[in-house]
Design a protein around this ligand. Structure first.
Ligand code: GRF
Length: 202
């Protein structure tokens, strides 16, 4: 199965996919960022994968979302994975890849999600709330931030965490296990929506 991975940061989740999902099951056909010089592009270079910088407005060296959609369709990309992509996905892309765009969020949605909840902000809110577990959520992307059907979650204990950064580190470790696991399940055709619930079939 061919996938595209959208990034805005260092790309540790991208690297986890590349290193942990068997090459016999997936091929990353494109790495897309909202930035011209995204740090994760160095991973693309290491793995010989094409990169694209996309923008809603006309910008030099950037492509438009319409062009990106055409490109991804031509490449027969079947799944788009948002791995730390910080821009909202335009409706035209969501409509073109219905139930074929997933996002990883570094908390247990529906708590600690929505606009502004990204990066350390999430873990600071979790820390300040005094909850005893956090974790990672993988969900379908729809037109409202962080509110698509949840596909998978994995929790981690944080009762003894002393800083938000410590929570971030524990959650990131879970992300690096959960995301490759779910991407591989997509490649195996084992992700389904049954009675309006997204599920991973055994
Ligand atoms: C991850 O924590 C992910 O959950 C969030 O953004 C971060 C991306 O980190 N959406 P990286 O670029 O994959 O290292």
């Amino acid at each position: 199965m061919k996938i595209a991975v959208f990034v805005s940061g260092r790309g540790s989740n991208l690297r986890a996919i590349l290193e942990k999902v068997p090459a016999s099951k997936i091929k990353v056909a494109a790495i897309v960022s909202d930035k011209a010089d995204c740090p994760a592009f160095s991973i693309a270079e290491e793995w010989g994968i094409n990169t694209f910088s996309v923008s809603q407005n006309e910008k030099e060296n950037f492509i438009t979302y319409s062009f990106l959609i055409e490109k991804l369709k031509n490449e027969n990309v079947e799944l788009i994975v948002l791995a730390g992509f910080l821009k909202k996905i335009p409706d035209e892309l969501i409509d073109s890849f219905h139930n074929r765009i997933i996002n990883i969020h570094p908390a247990l949605l529906p708590l600690f999600g929505g606009r502004g909840m990204y990066g350390i902000n999430v873990h600071r809110a979790v820390f300040d709330s005094n909850v005893k577990v956090s974790g990672a959520t993988i969900h379908f992307v729809n037109k409202i931030y962080d509110s698509g059907l949840i596909i998978a979650q994995r929790a981690v204990g944080i009762d003894d965490a002393e800083t938000p950064e410590e929570i971030a580190a524990r959650v990131l470790k879970v992300e690096h296990e959960l995301l490759p696991f779910v991407v591989e399940k997509f490649a195996d055709g084992k992700v389904a929506i049954v009675n309006s619930r997204a599920r991973i079939l055994d």
